[in-house]
Design a protein around this ligand. Structure first.
Ligand code: 5AD
Ligand code: SF4
Length: 467
């Protein structure tokens, strides 16, 4: 049975799910308990929801810790070294657990597993890992678990496959009102510091019909905040035979009736068009938020990063955005200490940040990724110095975030209530600009849109009251 499944129709998987369910019941003498830990970005969060969907179909229940679990899946991230080190540390810690519970099944998936040095390390150092699967092999997860259960050997299945094959596989979403919806997979941009194109493969867009149907279904199920995902959503449609681009897709989605918000990420500035901004401005459901990673404010560094836009082009997009959508919230990613970056280059990043006034930033110190072009560049600035620059960056951004937050005081904004806050007695909500608002209210409001009056600012979040 196990030799011919990878390209079969989905219905054939039912057969697998039944046999796997029985094999798992035999192995654990009970309903198997699964634990899935996700590292990294939203695409990984979505992939984990797919893995949980499959585990659920295999008859698993879910637990919150490794210690309670019969099946452990780590969905890994390779974007920076510290994420990778954390995974290695956490996998190492499973050795004693496997000794205590030899039946335990340990699986690793996600971006790390596609790299040769990681494959080698897992083979050499972590022989107790039962299954290693690549980023685009999620559809084959049942088949591989079947092999683990029947052959009782170490299974290693990486190498990038055709990701669109996982259309239609089951999903178990974390939230009842926020959802991720991938519109494309992979990346063709090869920014010189980035490992993603090597571990997620070439860019591939999903057919627009499949996306529109899934989106309508989510709205029908009551989802309120739906994020379209892709490494560069702005190049959506390039490999399709349809007359479509991202702006057109967004316009079609926006015409679906209902009370919901559309978000999307990530937008590469080189492909951000006026057409896209016009659709955002005219849309009924599109959040007035754009995550537009700039990475650096220096043209010399942007060129070394192979970003294919200039500081001037970036600022032009920002000015058009602000003109068309005055309440736009712009967020970004910044890398500090790219190889060869000087203090003067860094100061250009600071000046760009002050000019744009981002509502918040994701900031990273450059992390060398073997196999990328940047890994071959001279990198003379010591880490300690880069850390000092990094602190300066945070300080500047904190001031700007506070200024933007203060501008909300007294305003009435629509927010989506997401849950209870760490602030006792408060609920936590999000504006369409992705700013957090804490407000008192009944837990029955969770998952609902309300109007809130902003009354105060606490650091990087707002306080308000439901009106
Ligand atoms: N080092 C530091 N940050 C990186 N990013 C991607 N690769 C690296 C790296 N090698 C950051 C970029 C990207 C975000 C998702 O992660 O800012 O936009
Ligand atoms: Fe990495 Fe650049 Fe692709 Fe983003 S666009 S995933 S930074 S290569």
């Amino acid at each position: 049975m196990k030799n011919s499944k990878s390209s079969d129709s989905l219905s054939d998987f039912e057969e697998y799910f039944e046999s796997i369910k029985n094999l798992l019941l035999q192995r654990f003498n009970n309903i198997p308990k699964a634990f899935v830990r996700t590292y990294g970005c939203q695409q990984n969060v979505y992939d984990s929801e797919k893995i949980k969907g499959i585990l659920h179909k295999m008859g698993c229940s879910f637990v919150q810790t490794c210690e309670e679990a019969d099946i452990i899946v780590f969905n890994t991230c390779a974007v920076r070294k510290n994420a990778e080190d954390r995974v290695f540390g956490n996998v190492g810690a499973l050795k004693s657990l496997k000794k205590k519970k030899p039946n335990l099944i340990i699986a690793l998936c996600g971006c790390m597993t596609e790299q040769d040095h990681v494959a080698k390390k897992i083979n050499d150092t972590f022989p107790f890992v039962d299954l290693v699967l690549g980023t685009n092999s999620i559809r084959n997860f049942p088949e591989f678990i079947y092999e683990v259960l029947t052959d009782n050997k170490h299974i290693f299945k990486t190498k990038i496959n055709d990701v669109l094959l996982y259309e239609g596989t089951p999903i178990r979403r974390e939230s009842k009102f926020r959802a991720f919806l991938p519109i494309m997979y992979g990346c063709d941009n090869f920014c010189s510091y980035c490992i993603v194109p090597y571990v997620r493969g070439r860019e591939k867009s999903r057919a627009s019909d499949a996306i529109l149907n899934e989106f309508s279904q989510l709205v029908h199920e009551g989802y309120k905040d739906i994020t379209l995902l892709g490494q560069n959503v702005n190049s959506y449609g390039k490999n399709l035979d349809e007359n479509i681009n991202f702006a057109k897709l967004l316009r079609k989605i926006d015409s679906i009736p209902g009370d919901y918000w559309i978000r999307f990420m990530t937008s590469h500035p080189k492909d951000a068009t006026k057409e896209l901004i016009d659709v955002m401005a005219e849309g009924k459901h599109i959040c007035h938020h754009l995550h537009l990673p700039v990475q650096s404010g220096s043209n010399r560094i942007l060129n070394l990063m192979n970003r294919r836009y200039t500081r001037e082009k970036y600022l032009e997009i920002v000015h058009y955005l602000k003109e068309k959508i005055p309440d736009i919230s712009i967020t970004s990613d910044i890398i500090v200490g790219f190889p060869g970056e000087t203090y003067a280059d860094f100061c250009e990043t600071l000046s760009l940040i002050k000019e744009v006034e981002f509502s918040s930033l994701f900031t990273f110190i450059y992390s060398k990724r073997e196999g990328t072009p940047a890994a071959k560049l001279e990198d003379p600035i010591p880490y300690k110095e880069k850390s000092e620059w990094f602190k300066d960056l945070l300080q500047v951004q904190n001031g700007l975030t506070e200024k933007i937050c203060n501008s909300y005081i007294g305003k009435i904004v629509k927010v989506l209530i997401e849950g209870t806050s760490a602030n006792k007695g408060y609920l936590t909500a999000r504006t369409q600009g992705n700013i957090i608002v804490d407000l008192p209210g009944s837990e029955q409001l969770i998952g609902k849109f309300v109007k809130a009056k902003i009354t105060d600012v606490q650091g990087w979040f707002l306080k308000g009251e439901v009106i």
